[in-house]
Ligand binder design. Structure first.
Ligand SMILES: Cc1cc2nc3c(=O)[nH]c(=O)nc-3n(C[C@H](O)[C@H](O)[C@H](O)COP(=O)(O)OP(=O)(O)OC[C@H]3O[C@@H](n4cnc5c(N)ncnc54)[C@H](O)[C@@H]3O)c2cc1C
Length: 387
């Protein structure tokens, strides 16, 4: 395909970050015929950041990737446990994936569509030369029309354009454990409760019958202490296991930042706080953000207009459905974070699979609220606040 390049630039679009958001933006920009450079500071396109690597089947559809056996490790259902270990089974199946292979497949598709990818190259700073954005990296200087910052929670692009707003983070810690004896080898399991994971949840996600990611997100409490207690609680399954990967990272669960666009610059993914707050899932929503950013970048090139006003279209186009889902999921999370373990136990008796999916993903909160209105105590504590 003949690539068009904006006059006076080296690339129409420069993308910082080779995670799900950046690779999606690279693929969809290139498919629109834009000239694209993606830079990744690490020496390889890989899942550098710790991640539970569980995602929905829809994620593959949004990314335009087929769920090959090399990427999908398990097709899994989900179990959500209350503090008393009652659980709700989520019937809808998703995938436990090898995120490195998933990202590399996205990189392959981006490259096939014409995007250039440079690993071991970091974004350092930017300046404006008229309307053109001049990017300084660890290797070179490039001129671009649109810069997409997909460089994660501690975004250097955000800093460079003076965006200081941050989505509230939750500290997480995850062990990848081998030689596990999983009681539910085909289920991703979530554990709620103030004793298990204050302000967050713990998880066990199978990667094979012998390997699992075991992690925790907690607020106002030390993650390692709680994760070790959790592992001890599951000693029947994890007692003989060994930790082969031990990493932590911040996950933005406070919703999207309001200030994510500047002249010639759009922030997406974790850099913009697009994680679904209640679940902490950000793979799908960042891929969707990359796709929307590609549409907006294409318009900016087409109209020769990279003003902040034009690029703000990103926020409008992303709002339906993603921004709205993030807002609603945040609303539900804010209500649930105040509940006692007894309330959570009671909820596990009342809520079913669709209720939990609707609440966690910010879908139909009103339907769940109506159901809870019948309950003498939870009506006031939850239902009215959800309406
Ligand atoms: C412990 C944990 C478990 C999680 N589990 C799940 C899960 O099971 N399912 C799910 O959907 N989500 C999960 N998430 C969230 C998910 O990982 C993120 O939301 C998602 O990866 C965000 O994608 P992104 O592309 O926005 O950013 P990132 O994945 O953070 O990618 C940013 C990229 O930018 C690069 N970069 C940074 N700075 C620069 C620079 N200056 N120059 C060049 N490159 C740079 C980084 O090296 C990185 O490759 C989890 C997160 C954590 C921490």
């Amino acid at each position: 395909m003949e690539l068009k390049v904006m006059k006076g630039t080296d690339f129409d679009v420069l993308i910082v970050g080779g995670g799900p958001g950046g690779l999606s933006a690279a693929k969809f920009c290139a498919l629109k015929g834009l000239s694209v450079l993606l830079i990744e500071k690490q020496p390889a396109i890989m899942a550098w950041k710790p991640c539970g690597e569980a995602t929905s089947k829809e994620t593959f559809k949004t990314a335009g990737i087929s769920p090959k056996p090399s990427i999908v490790l398990k097709e899994a259902y989900a179990l959500v446990f209350a503090p008393n270990m009652n659980y709700v089974e989520i019937k809808q199946r998703g995938y436990s994936i090898n995120k490195t292979y998933f990202l590399q497949e996205m990189a392959a598709q981006a490259a096939k569509a014409g995007a250039r990818i440079h690993v071991r190259e970091s974004f350092e700073d930017l300046a404006y030369e008229g309307d053109v954005v001049k990017i300084k990296t660890s290797r070179s200087v490039y001129k671009t029309w649109v810069l997409i910052g997909a460089d994660g929670y501690n975004s250097t692009v955000a800093k460079a354009v003076g965006i200081s707003e941050k989505s509230e983070p939750i500290p997480t810690l995850q062990y990848v454990m081998v030689n596990v004896k999983l009681r539910y080898p085909d289920a991703v399991r979530f554990f709620l409760g103030n004793k298990i994971a204050p302000g967050g949840y713990a998880w066990i996600f199978p990667k094979s019958d012998e390997i699992a990611s075991v992690g925790i997100g907690v607020r106002g409490a030390p993650a390692k202490v709680y994760l070790d207690k959790f592992v001890e609680l599951f000693r029947e399954e994890l007692g003989r296991a060994q930790i082969i990967d031990y990493r932590g990272a911040l996950v933005p669960i406070g919703g999207m930042i309001r200030d994510s666009v500047r002249k010639g610059v759009i922030l997406i993914g974790d850099a913009a706080g697009t994680v679904i707050p209640f679940t902490g899932a950000g793979i799908h929503s960042s891929i969707a953000a990359g796709k929307v950013a590609a549409d907006v970048a294409a318009e900016a090139v087409e109209r020769k207009d990279n003003s902040e006003r034009t690029l703000r279209a990103f926020r409008e186009k992303y709002y339906d459905p993603w921004g709205r889902r993030i807002e609603r999921s945040l609303k539900a999370m804010r209500i649930f974070e105040k509940l006692s373990d007894e309330d959570l136990n009671e909820l596990s008796r009342i809520l079913d699979s669709s209720d939990i999916l609707d609440l966690a993903n910010g879908l139909n909160l009103k339907r769940v609220a109506k159901k809870l209105l019948q309950h003498p105590i939870l009506a006031a504590k939850i239902a009215k606040k959800l309406m």
